[in-house]
Design a protein around this ligand. Structure first.
Ligand SMILES: C[S@@+](CC[C@H](N)C(=O)[O-])C[C@H]1O[C@@H](n2cnc3c(N)ncnc32)[C@H](O)[C@@H]1O
Length: 325
């Protein structure tokens, strides 16, 4: 990627030249959609996909809660065997319940571009999703594209009104988390810089990006400060337990430091020396796949066995999943 990709002027120009169609960076959509849905289901209290579950079991040996959940699942299976009709109706009730949870899960996509992932996730049931990009042209085009699918899309003033409804400032100027931050009725597209989000703290259960952190890093002479600002915003708008999901071209030594760096020492974060030590560990021959910090219960780093679409000679695209404390 060239440094020009970082500026809003470059992106405005880029989207002006795009025809009214979708374009996706880095990965085939099905991989991205599956990963995000897995994380969304985990946020709703469900299980992740089988492959990841197996991986987690191997990593952790299974917590007490997981073992309880799995023994509850076995007794559910036993009950199903005893009464098929009852179990069919309770299965459809629980599937309706999990669909409803998915529909109401507050999610935010950063730097949505004209990616089709937004539409695919909407169709897969994520109905409380906000999408931001700093290119006004891009946001306008996405509204037109989504409307062409027969969906209602809020215009900027409606989006801003919904954002204002969601925000409940307290007297100290601190914005409280809304009880129900979003109307689960339409996808919202808003022009916004990911380094200064106009959302209350603790608003979202899932915040994701594909390629946006990589662009922000290229943004300015002070790329580290820019990326840190973005990740601090991600951390702020996530509720405790919420997930930050990011697809990147770059491996952990080049990217994980931005999650490690979100909290300053006087905010309860690690000292600079401790942060540097964590970053050094990631450069070792066999680096850990998961690390923990004061800000994150876990930062999971995965080298996907999939070349980025733009770089067929690179073996991996990288996935970062961080769970906020
Ligand atoms: C590489 S594209 C990825 C687009 C889309 N996520 C995808 O995967 O197809 C990066 C996107 O991030 C947006 N972007 C870059 N810096 C941004 C910033 N500081 N705030 C908001 N959006 C930004 C760009 O406008 C662009 O749409």
């Amino acid at each position: 990627m060239g440094a020009g990709l970082a500026t809003s002027e470059w992106w405005e120009q880029y989207y002006r030249q795009q025809h009214d169609t979708y374009w996706d960076w880095y990965l085939p959509n099905e991989i991205v959609v599956r990963t995000i849905l897995d994380e969304a289901r985990a946020q709703c209290g469900g299980a992740r996909g089988d492959a990841e579950e197996d991986e987690d079991d191997q990593e952790a040996g299974g917590s007490d809660e997981e073992q309880e959940a799995s023994s509850a699942a076995s007794s559910n299976a036993a009950a199903a065997a005893a009464s098929p009709a009852q179990s069919a109706s309770s299965a459809s009730a629980s599937s309706a319940d999990s669909e409803s949870r998915l529909a109401h899960l507050p999610c935010l996509q950063l730097g949505c571009g004209n990616s089709e992932v937004t539409a695919d996730l909407w169709e897969a049931g994520l109905r409380s999703m906000r999408n931001v990009d700093f290119s006004v042209e891009c946001i306008e085009r996405m509204r037109v594209l989504q409307r062409s699918k027969g969906w209602r899309c809020a215009d900027q003033s409606e989006a801003e009104a919904a954002a204002a409804d969601a925000a409940t400032p307290t007297s100290g100027g601190v914005v409280a988390a809304p009880a129900s931050p979003l109307p689960a009725t339409w996808p919202l597209f808003e022009a916004m810089d990911v380094r200064s989000l106009r959302y209350p703290s603790s608003s979202f259960s899932l915040v994701f990006d594909k390629g946006t952190l990589d662009c922000v890093v290229l943004e300015s002479a002070d790329s580290v400060a820019s990326a840190r600002a973005m990740l601090r915003e991600v951390h702020r708008v996530l509720r405790p337990g919420g997930a930050s999901v990011c697809f990147s071209l770059y491996p952990p030594p080049a990217r994980a430091r931005f999650w490690i760096d979100v909290l300053a020492e006087d905010e309860g974060g690690e000292s600079q020396q401790e942060k540097d030590e964590l970053c050094e560990v990631l450069q070792a021959d066999n680096p850990p796949a998961i690390i923990q910090t004061a800000a994150w219960q876990s930062i999971r780093m995965v080298a996907l066995d999939c070349s980025p679409l733009e770089l067929p000679n690179q073996a991996h695209t990288y996935l970062y999943i961080a769970i906020k404390r």
